[in-house]
Design a protein. Structure first.
Length: 128
């Protein structure tokens, strides 16, 4: 069996409909495979550790916690993973907290959702 040559992306989002949209959008990028999805910090941390993705698309508000919980748990042990926070909470305080915790990108879900393909493609290019 050949190793997977695709760039692995993991999606962490508490809304099933938005997760589905992200899977569809990111699947349109050549060479990208969505390798997992989660809606809670615990499931996200476990899934990211198991799949070792190149990039994580991460919502701020999750079921039972926040994306910052995920960043703080995963970033120190896996600095090579790119994190793109995509949130409905785009204020400066959340941006600062996420960036300090290790996010590479911070996007406003309501105004920058359309940028997600471009940003994920950039993250993967810079990480490979």
């Amino acid at each position: 069996m050949e190793p997977c040559s695709c760039s692995r992306v993991f999606i962490v989002e508490d809304s099933a409909s938005i997760r589905s949209r992200l899977v569809d959008l990111l699947g349109e990028i050549d060479g990208v495979c969505v390798v997992g999805e989660a809606e809670t910090p615990g499931d996200a941390i476990t899934g990211i550790q198991q799949t070792q993705p190149h990039c994580v698309v991460l919502d701020y508000q999750l079921i039972g916690g926040t994306g910052v919980d995920v960043l703080r748990a995963v970033r120190p042990a896996s600095p090579e993973i790119a994190f793109v926070v995509l949130t409905n909470h785009p204020n400066a305080q959340y941006r600062r907290i996420c960036m300090e915790a290790g996010a590479d990108w911070f996007l406003d879900k309501s105004t920058e959702f359309g940028k997600i393909k471009e940003v994920v493609a950039k993250c993967i290019l810079t990480r490979n």
